[in-house]
Write a protein that binds this ligand. Structure first.
Ligand SMILES: [Zn+2]
Length: 58
């Protein structure tokens, strides 16, 4: 079951999405994407938690 995440799921105006087999892979892709595309968004523990909640199983 791949897991998917889109920026929109946490209220960011961005159509980027990613999918991976594990939550850890998703989180790694998210932090890379955030650093490149959303340098003004700080990945606080609260935001990381929101991202984890927003990950969906397909
Ligand atoms: Zn994004």
């Amino acid at each position: 079951m791949p897991k998917t995440y889109t920026c929109r799921d946490v209220g960011v105006d961005c159509d980027w999405k990613t999918s991976a087999e594990t939550e850890d892979e998703i989180m790694a892709a998210v932090s890379e994407h955030a650093a490149e595309v959303h340098p003004t968004i700080e990945l606080t523990p609260e935001l990381v938690e929101m991202v984890r909640q927003a990950i969906k199983e397909e």
